[in-house]
Design a protein around this ligand. Structure first.
Ligand code: ZN
Ligand code: ZN
Length: 340
């Protein structure tokens, strides 16, 4: 996902079930993903799942036992080149053979294999840890994940405004800046399949927001973009909710009854109003769970500090009362009995 898990340990206790996300009726997207395991040492699932969803498009997911982040990655194949959106949370190919799996899905072999472009929705490690598996491969280009690289590669001249395009050969993908969760975030819209790839900008899980103003602007930008376009489904970076809309505990390797991956155009269109209602700390608005984890952590730390100070004051008060009752001064000297 995004921020270190310890930041959100306290946040999870605040979460309550809410209405589930709108579901799509598209059968080929209704994949039942492996739910991980309560004990991953016993019969761990395969480290990587791959599903073809038509239109030369694949969804890949690292298993919950390989990484609790269990990120989704998307492979779009055109006639001139293919594009992988995100490359996961696991660097070691011995644990998750991502590059090998992706190359096998590409048309052609050896030097005639279709060129591959590896892009990222944003710079968080769980979306780019696999870069090293692709870095030295022939006919593979890995796009940088820092803001400067993102702007340069897509030729954004007025970031975060504007929409860029990537041509894959008979397949055009629009690139829409979506900072807020992270300043480098972009989303992708595939004109052929009308799928919208939203990364951590929108997903069935905790929407961690670093910059609320940027998030609100991105939500409006995306809503304006999709308003007059068809959207088969919105596919994000993770699933952190169950079918009732409750969050799985942070860092869990076990997601029984996991929510569907696919969200809808209606969800995207509802995001601007939800983002407007975000109080800067923690807000649940319909299916959206919006959190500024840094601020929540600071608030929790302050609350903990106040409780500790109150406890210390209470203990000192009680000790003094007991000493006074037993006739002992603060320095340990037994006081003479009071004279009447
Ligand atoms: Zn993520
Ligand atoms: Zn993230």
């Amino acid at each position: 996902m995004t921020h270190p898990g310890w930041l959100l340990v306290g946040v999870t206790v605040l979460v309550t079930p809410a209405a589930a996300w709108a579901q799509t009726a598209t059968d080929s997207l209704a994949v039942h993903w492996n739910e991980g395991a309560a004990d991953c040492k016993i019969n761990p699932p395969p480290p990587l799942e791959t599903h073809a969803i038509g239109g030369m498009t694949y969804i890949l997911r690292e298993s919950l036992c390989a990484t609790y982040e269990a990120p989704f990655m998307y492979l779009l194949i055109g006639s001139a080149r293919a594009m992988l959106i995100d490359d996961g949370d696991v660097a070691d190919p011995a644990k998750v053979p991502l590059a090998q799996t992706v190359l096998r899905l590409l048309p052609g072999t050896g030097s005639s294999r279709l060129p591959l472009l590896v892009v990222h929705t944003h710079r968080h490690l769980d979306h780019r840890a696999g870069d090293g598996q692709f870095a030295s491969l022939p006919n593979v280009e890995v796009v940088g994940y820092d803001t400067g690289s993102v702007r340069r590669f897509y030729h954004f001249t007025d970031w975060p405004n504007g929409v860029a395009q990537i041509e894959l050969g008979g397949r055009t993908v629009d690139v829409i800046p979506t900072p807020g969760h992270n300043e480098t975030h972009v989303s992708f819209y595939d004109r052929n399949t009308t799928l919208f790839f939203s990364g951590d900008f929108m997903m069935p899980g905790r929407l961690l927001i670093d910059d609320a103003d940027a998030e609100r602007a991105s939500a409006k930008r995306v809503a304006a973009f999709v308003r007059d376009r068809p959207v088969r489904a919105v596919l994000g970076g993770h699933i952190e909710l169950d079918t009732a809309g409750a969050t799985f505990s942070w860092g869990s390797h076990y997601h029984p009854g996991e929510h569907a991956l696919a969200m809808t155009k209606a969800d995207l269109l509802a995001l601007p109003a939800a983002a407007e209602s975000f109080n800067g700390f923690y807000t649940r608005s319909g299916p959206f769970l919006m959190i500024n984890s840094i601020r929540v952590l600071i608030a929790e730390a302050i609350a903990l500090f106040v409780v500790l100070v109150a406890l210390i004051v209470a203990v000192v008060f009680l000790v003094r009362r007991r000493r006074a009752a037993r006739g002992i001064s603060a320095t340990g000297v037994r006081l003479p009995p009071p004279t009447v």
